[in-house]
Design a protein around this ligand. Structure first.
Ligand SMILES: [Fe+2]
Length: 167
C-alpha cells in the first residue's frame, strides 16, 4: 500500500532519486536519507501499522524504471531481521527509536564481529556484497521506525533482496 505523501517525505524521495544515480548509490542515498530521517514530521499522517508477529515493511516510494524503492520499517520491541546479506545496494536511516545493527564475519560459522547502536538520524549503507552480513534488531522498549532504500523494485523485495543466513 502506498502511503500518503508529506512535504518532508517528498523532499527526501527527491534527494534519494538524485543520489540513486550516483556511482556509489548506497552511500549517496544513505546521506540523502540521513538529512531527513530524524525529522519528526517525515512520516506525519502515514499509516504505519505494526504487526505483533514480525517487523512491518511499508512502501513509501518506488521508481520501478530506475530500479529502486524506499520503505519504512516498523519494529516492535524484540523484533529483528534475519541475519542476511543484500543482493542489491541498500541504505538505511533511523527515524524513531534505536536499532542495534550487528555484523557477522563470514567463515565456516557466522560469528558476530561488530555491533552498533543506530539512533534517529544515523545511517548505514552497503553495496550488494555477499560478505557484508548483518542483522537489525529493536532491543529497546518502544517501537522503532527506520527508512530503507534498496536498488531493487519493490515487488522483488521478498524474493531477490536478501541472502538469509539465519532467521
Ligand atoms: Fe539489511
Amino acid at each position: 500500500m502506498l502511503l500518503a505523501a508529506t512535504r518532508p517525505l517528498d523532499a527526501m524521495i527527491k534527494a534519494i532519486g538524485r543520489a540513486a544515480r550516483a556511482q556509489d548509490p548506497a552511500g549517496a542515498v544513505a546521506a540523502a536519507i540521513g538529512t531527513h530521517a530524524a525529522d519528526p514530521a517525515l512520516l506525519a499522517g502515514a499509516a504505519l501499522a505494526e504487526n505483533p508477529a514480525h517487523y512491518c515493511r511499508h512502501l513509501l516510494h518506488e521508481d520501478a524504471e530506475a530500479g529502486w524503492a524506499v520503505a519504512a520499517l516498523v519494529w516492535r520491541p524484540g523484533q529483528m531481521s534475519p541475519v542476511h546479506a543484500h543482493r542489491a545496494w541498500c541504505a538505511v536511516g533511523i527515524h524513531r527509536g534505536v536499532l542495534v545493527e550487528s555484523f557477522y564475519a563470514a567463515g565456516e560459522a557466522l560469528v558476530p564481529s561488530a555491533v552498533h547502536l543506530r539512533r534517529p538520524g544515523d545511517i548505514s549503507a552497503a553495496p550488494a556484497d555477499p560478505a557484508l552480513i548483518h542483522r537489525l534488531a529493536n532491543l529497546g522498549c518502544e517501537t522503532a521506525v527506520s527508512i530503507h532504500a534498496y536498488g531493487l523494485r519493490f515487488d522483488r523485495f521478498c524474493t531477490d533482496l536478501n541472502t538469509i543466513h539465519a532467521a
